[in-house]
Design a protein around this ligand. Structure first.
Ligand code: GLA
Length: 397
């Protein structure tokens, strides 16, 4: 997008997963205050994003968008000012269609007017959806042109606004969106479930066109691995917003969710009630060492190396010659998993010293597991992960 934003994946909070259409000024202000005072802001969660259903359903005579006066009696600008005064940034939502997915007024054909309005309000971030697109999809070029119109409009305002595409992977945004946006959704909507197949989310691969919704965490992971390497600094695969803390998964399942989102360099956008965070939720979303994997300066998404039944191994480069390694057990019972140095550095073969002794750190526990050579074998909980940092590399070049 050439706007200098999302050098590392964006972090923040969005209203949708928890509140859906029930948004108003007070709710967003309370969330922003909680983000600023709870330590979330200091960890990097800095965008406060208003999702769908903030709009009034008619434009002003000048065609300007308006906020729903009942939900936002002061309008959007004073709320944005309050968010800025808390040291946070403000995001808003619209659709590259005639209506949003919630049936509210949207921006197709009004790109310049709406981008100018948001710039005037002080908006820092746009999530731009795909509903009611008037059939302007089905080929990458149709989708590209429709989304580029808003990208151009945002750039023309002169105000840097992070541009987050939400077209659910339609027409392969990882191929067409990286020069016009900062992130692009790769699947139908996440829901708060670990692995339940749902008819509303029929696709398990990209040979299938109906993105759908109610996609489980494992469904999204199994799709994301195919496109993980399309991400780069300034343009990220968006695995969708986080469900951690919303109650539908157990602690180990939320750990899988957060781990893979972090390592594949998805934006980390919280979707829970941040005014009332339990200690178990804090344990997941406030672990500095895990967040550091996502924000690492090598900007390098992890790869899935293999799948053996319910078990999966991921490995990726981190800065300073270190490596992130994930043992994922999607099975219903705990398992011992082994990863060899040749697996972990498979893309560097034959320059791998398999006998090399390397210190391994457990990032969820934030402690060293000691030194290992050749391979590592660990217990992995059911529906769980071990997230490891190899403090050195086994490659000799
Ligand atoms: C779509 C998006 C969701 C959310 C809703 C709002 O389903 O994918 O993330 O923004 O619309 O209506």
């Amino acid at each position: 997008a050439n706007n200098g934003l999302a050098i590392t994946p964006q972090m923040g909070w969005n209203t949708w997963n928890k509140y859906g259409c029930n948004v108003d000024e007070q709710l967003i202000l309370d969330a922003a205050k909680a983000i600023a005072s709870s330590g979330l802001k200091d960890l990097g969660y800095n965008y406060v994003i208003i999702d769908d259903c903030w709009q009034k359903n008619e434009r002003e005579s000048s065609k300007t968008l308006l906020a729903d006066p009942t939900k936002f009696p002061r309008g959007i600008k004073p709320l944005v000012d309050d968010i800025h005064n808390l040291g946070l940034k403000a995001g808003i939502y619209s659709s590259a269609g005639t209506l949003t997915c919630g049936g509210h007024i949207a921006s197709l054909g009004y790109e310049d007017i709406d981008a100018k309005t948001w710039a005037k309000w002080g908006i820092d971030y746009l999530k731009y959806d795909n509903c009611y697109n008037q059939g302007q999809s089905g080929t990458p070029k149709l989708s590209y042109d429709r989304y580029k119109a808003m990208g151009n409009a945002l750039n023309k305002t002169g105000r840097p606004m992070l541009y987050s595409l939400c077209n659910w992977g339609e027409d392969g945004p990882w191929n067409f969106a990286s020069t016009i946006s900062n992130s692009w959704r790769i699947s139908g909507d996440v829901y708060d479930n670990f692995n339940r197949p749902d008819p509303a989310c029929p696709c398990t691969t990209y040979d299938c066109v109906l993105a759908g919704f109610r996609c489980s965490v494992m469904n999204i992971i199994n799709k994301a691995v195919a496109v993980s390497q399309k991400a780069r600094s300034g343009g990220w695969n968006d695995l969708d917003m986080l469900e951690v803390g919303n109650g539908g998964m157990n602690q180990e399942e939320y750990r899988v969710h957060y781990t893979i989102w972090a390592a594949l360099k998805s934006p980390l956008i919280l979707g829970n009630d941040v005014t009332n965070i339990t200690n178990t939720t804090k344990e997941i979303i406030m672990n500095k060492e895990v967040i550091a994997v996502n924000q690492d300066s090598s900007f390098s998404p992890a790869n899935r190396i293999w799948v053996k039944g319910d078990q999966q191994l991921f490995s990726g480069n981190l800065a300073n010659n270190t490596q992130v390694v994930i043992l994922l057990n999607a099975g219903d019972s705990a398992a011992k998993m082994t990863a060899t140095w040749d697996d972990i550095w498979v893309y560097n073969l034959p320059n791998v010293d398999s006998s090399r002794s390397i210190e391994v750190r457990d990032l969820w526990k934030q402690k060293s597991l000691g030194n290992f050579s050749n391979h590592i074998t660990l217990d992995v909980p059911a529906h769980g992960v071990r997230l490891l940092k190899f403090m050195d590399s086994a490659t000799s070049s």
